[in-house]
Design a protein around this ligand. Structure first.
Ligand code: ZN
Length: 66
């Protein structure tokens, strides 16, 4: 069995990878704070987790569209 590798979803070419989703979330929170609101940012579990941790005061769509 091989662990899944999570790659940083940042659209600016970041090549951070980890097999711990929590590490990826932490990386995003520290290295890409605020970037995940960029419309280019892919819709990923880590991105959603980061947005959820951000306070939820933004006018975000529920994710059931598209
Ligand atoms: Zn990154």
């Amino acid at each position: 069995m091989s662990d899944p590798v999570h790659t940083c979803p940042a659209p600016d070419g970041c090549n951070f990878t980890t097999d711990e989703i929590s590490e990826l979330t932490a990386h995003i929170n520290t290295e890409h704070a605020g970037e995940y609101t960029d419309p280019r940012w892919p819709d990923t579990p880590a991105g959603r987790a980061s947005r959820a941790a951000d306070g939820g005061d933004e006018d975000d769509q529920g994710g059931t569209d598209e």
